[in-house]
Design a protein around this ligand. Structure first.
Ligand SMILES: [Fe+2]
Ligand SMILES: [Fe+2]
Length: 307
């Protein structure tokens, strides 16, 4: 398949490359979290998760991270296919882990709700790759957002400013519902890993973000159903995303400097970094939906680890 550089399809493939660079890293980090979370007595689970993690991280470092934006359309198109061939098995493995955790066959610090969250993020990414290849996207149910039987418009974020009319409206509402749930769950996770009394200040802020994010899903659903209040929804979701991004970067920074009361929370610093990057992603999506300039990349550079 060949697309000319001035073709919309070439923009789509560049958009897909941007998503592969962002979500590819997210996908193998999820496997790092799973690997570190299983009961250390379960050597078998640890090693099988490790095998998957190494495979995806190696693929990312070799085939995604170094790819320049000047690549040909044929190369980018074929990379989306290769990436799907790596990410779909990783997604299915995450789904297997979730079932085993839920059935109590694998004892893990990752609860089924969080395991499900990791799968939904992977499905969002798979949807973006499929969209850029002209293939069917996942349903809303797969992404865990209301009105589940509809197919979600999972465009790469760079394409959002090119959308118009109903497509922009629906895509904006879907992104707001999807990321409000995702960040509501991040906030809930922060409430779980901070200590009552000693770290009450952080815990209470996280609890408030959890409440606001989940309320925002309902609000987005109402805007979709009534067709009114779109501009306010976009403005306020943008503000909420930016506030949560600032909170996430504060927690991330404090964790890396041991600057929270007692110096530690019960979560890995990489998880705080990961959440902060995803929060910046939400801000970026909202900027592009509302016609503002893209948000700068999050200040968490990536240095490939050679396996
Ligand atoms: Fe994630
Ligand atoms: Fe997440």
């Amino acid at each position: 398949m060949y697309f000319r550089k001035e073709d919309i399809k070439y923009d789509l493939l560049l958009g897909a490359l941007d998503e592969m660079k962002f979500w590819g890293r997210i996908v193998f980090e999820h496997l790092k979290f799973h690997r570190q979370a299983v009961d250390p007595g379960n050597e078998r689970a640890f090693r099988s998760i490790d095998r998957y993690e190494v495979e995806v991280e190696k693929f990312y470092n070799a085939y995604i991270f170094p790819v320049p934006e000047t690549s040909s359309s044929q190369m980018l198109f074929s990379l989306t296919g290769q990436t799907l061939n790596v990410v779909i098995p990783a997604r299915n493995f995450k789904s297997y882990l979730n079932r085993e955790i839920a059935a109590c066959n694998i004892l893990s610090l990752i609860d089924p709700e969080l395991a499900d969250h990791l799968i939904r993020e992977t499905d969002y990414f798979i949807g973006q790759l499929r969209y850029s290849r002209g293939e069917p996207t996942p349903t809303r149910a797969v992404l865990g957002i209301p009105d589940g039987t509809k197919r979600a418009i999972t465009v790469p974020r760079r394409i959002l400013p090119m959308l118009r009319g109903n497509t922009l409206f629906t895509s904006a509402v879907e992104n707001i519902m999807f990321f409000s749930r995702i960040h509501g769950e991040h906030a809930r996770h922060v409430t779980l890993v901070t200590r009552p009394v000693i770290q009450e200040d952080i815990r209470l802020q996280a609890e408030e973000f959890e409440r606001l994010m989940f309320a925002n899903i309902e609000r987005a659903q109402e805007v979709e159903n009534t067709g009114t209040g779109y501009d306010e929804l976009v403005n306020e979701s943008s503000m909420l995303a930016a506030e949560f991004r600032d909170f996430s970067f504060f927690v991330n920074d404090a964790l890396h400097k041991c600057a929270v009361p007692t110096g530690r929370v019960n979560a890995w610093p990489l998880l705080a970094d990961h959440i902060a990057r995803e929060a910046q992603y939400f801000v970026d999506v909202m900027n592009r939906i509302s016609g503002k300039a893209p948000a700068p990349p999050p200040n968490t550079p990536y240095y490939p680890y050679i396996i």
